[in-house]
Design a protein around this ligand. Structure first.
Ligand code: NDP
Ligand code: BG6
Length: 515
């Protein structure tokens, strides 16, 4: 489907099922094709939590093609019935809570199957292939593999699957989950490994933040509203803040987290992707390659991060209201004395004509006081502001701020100065507020729904191309090496706090106050 069709129709989820089917399968021949989706690592956390529920939501919305089959694949022994029971526990009907989804769930589960096999066994994947062919029943076969497994086995799975279970007459696509390496070298090795068996256009590197509604909306906000784009530069913007915070620790994922840390887990991918979309030049078209070309350009215009522009932190235990919240190193899967940051703040710069000198401040942390993901754009002062005196010395309070709240409670609001009604002349800061829950009655789809649908459709716009990935690692690799080589100790902050004070000094260095 052409991206422009989606935009004109206000998004795929705004289409009726009939219209939708026409968009994804424009001709009758295509309707006779099948899509087989294999979730590799189906016994795992992500598969249960996100992938199967997202596939169900797509099915519920009539977004999956007429002929589709879903297979779980992992080493664990399970029957089809056991997989269905496992999957059914996490299926929720997010679309319309009032509606009884049971019938649809049952229909969906009937189309889910399981095959147990080793990840490096071409024979086991050949068995899977046989089962897939039975379900495809001679129709044109399209196959999507979702690698929901630890990264050290990506290549062996791709090798076995492409040799034994790729489609013979349709497309074969592979969705790869992060982490895409730990640094430039390991990421390049992973890309080279994948490319021994796949073409770049078969690889769908997922960054689920790109599938979030408000991140996708960034381009619409910028490029289809006259009031924003002219202000989108160093001339009017003082600083941009990209904030990710979670109010829980690494609970249960300490083992994975300790070898990555917050910079690799959140900044190098989720926040940097948002930054690239925020700061890129206008793409030639909405075509995936045009958008990704602009993202690469902006990433390549950025300065690699400098140690003096970075603050790292790690949460420590804290007792509040009689409850003891554990510190990061209290997790048994985390080595004692670990220096892995669970918090980081950084100042980044884009050395191009549009953004020269504008600090882009990133902040990401676990076990903080709140859960939120936001983009905050602070505008410059009004030159010769007539109402300057009304604000006293704190002129910063008088500047406009645009906030794009990615989650929770999705919203876009603009802080403006306004006269308090009455006979006096007093100003206050008010919000022009677009709160999604008040404006739109439909539930916002989960990021994985959007991304899975795009992968089925072959829409690459929201997936990471290998040169984007290289450019992203180039920015972060020197810093990550320096942090590790110099064994920089993270500043400790209590669980549930606002994070290390160092983040405020860093912001102050660039005359920024965190929003
Ligand atoms: P899991 O650790 O739950 O692993 C998934 C499955 O892979 C397991 O059920 C297991 O299946 C198999 N597996 C686990 N460890 C090994 C191993 N050492 N060798 C071989 N097989 C193994 O991972 P998640 O489901 O949490 O995540 C899957 C992928 O998605 C990972 O790459 C992760 O980094 C990424 N991711 C996860 C997120 C999450 O919220 N969970 C968020 C973002 C990304 P079996 O033993 O049955 O073969
Ligand atoms: C994942 C990180 O990519 O994103 C996790 O590995 C993090 O550490 C998660 O918790 C946050 O995603 P979301 O969609 O819940 O904000």
């Amino acid at each position: 489907a052409a991206p422009s069709t989606k935009v004109e129709n206000g998004g795929l989820f705004g289409l009726s099922s009939e219209e939708f089917r026409d968009v994804i399968s424009p001709d009758a021949n295509e309707r006779e094709s099948t899509v087989s989706i294999t979730v590799v690592g189906a016994s795992g956390d992500l598969a249960k939590k996100k992938i199967f529920p997202a596939l169900f939501a797509l099915y519920y919305e009539d977004c999956l093609p007429k002929h589709f089959t879903i297979f779980g694949y992992a080493r664990s022994k399970m029957t089809d019935a056991e997989l269905r029971t496992m999957v059914s526990r996490t299926l929720t009907c997010r679309i319309d809570k009032r509606e009884n989804c049971n019938e649809k769930m049952e229909q969906f589960l009937k189309r889910c199957f399981y095959h147990s096999g080793q990840y490096d066994s071409e024979d086991n994947f050949a068995e899977l292939d046989k089962k897939l062919r039975e379900h495809e029943a001679g129709r044109l076969s399209n196959r999507l593999f979702y690698l929901s497994i630890p990264p050290n086995i990506f290549i062996e799975v791709v090798k076995s699957a492409s040799n034994s279970a790729s489609s013979k007459n349709g497309w074969t696509r592979v969705i790869v989950e992060k982490p895409f390496g730990r640094d430039s070298d390991s990421s390049a090795a992973l890309t080279n490994g994948l490319k021994q068996y796949l073409e770049e256009d078969q690889i769908f590197r997922i960054d689920h933040y790109l599938g979030k509604e408000l991140v996708e909306n960034l381009s619409i906000l910028r490029f289809s509203n006259l009031v924003f784009e002219p202000l989108w530069s160093r001339q009017y913007i003082r600083n941009v803040q990209l904030i990710f915070s979670e109010d829980f620790g690494t609970e249960g994922r300490g083992g994975y987290f300790d070898s990555y840390g917050i910079i690799r887990d959140i900044m190098q991918n989720h926040l940097l992707q948002i930054l690239a979309l925020f700061a890129m030049e206008t793409p030639v078209s909405l075509d995936a390659e045009d958008i990704r070309n602009e993202k690469v350009k902006v990433l390549r215009s950025m300065r690699p991060l400098q140690l003096e522009d970075v603050v790292v932190g790690q949460y420590k235990s804290h007792t509040k209201g009689g409850v003891k919240y554990p510190g990061y190193t209290d997790d048994k899967t985390v080595p004692s004395g670990s220096l892995t940051p669970t918090f980081a703040a950084a100042a980044l710069f884009i050395d191009n004509a549009r953004w020269d000198g504008v600090p882009f401040l990133m902040k990401a942390g676990k076990a903080l006081h709140t859960k939120r993901a936001e983009i905050r754009v602070q505008f410059r002062h009004v030159p010769g502001n007539l109402y300057k005196r009304t604000f006293g010395t704190d002129l910063d309070r008088a500047t406009n701020e645009l906030v794009i709240r990615v989650q929770p409670d999705e919203a876009i609001y603009l802080k403006i100065n306004n006269k308090i009604p009455g006979l006096g002349m007093r100003l206050d800061r008010s919000n022009l507020n677009l709160l999604y829950s008040s404006r739109y009655s439909k539930e916002i789809p989960d990021a994985y729904e959007r991304l899975l649908l795009d992968a089925i459709e072959g829409e690459r716009r929201l997936f990471i191309r290998s040169d984007e990935l290289d450019a992203a690692w180039e920015l972060f690799t020197p810093l990550l090496k320096e942090l590790e080589e110099k064994k920089i100790a993270p500043e400790l902050y209590p669980y549930g706090s606002r994070g290390p004070v160092g983040a405020h000094y860093l912001a102050a260095k660039y005359n920024v106050r965190w929003g």
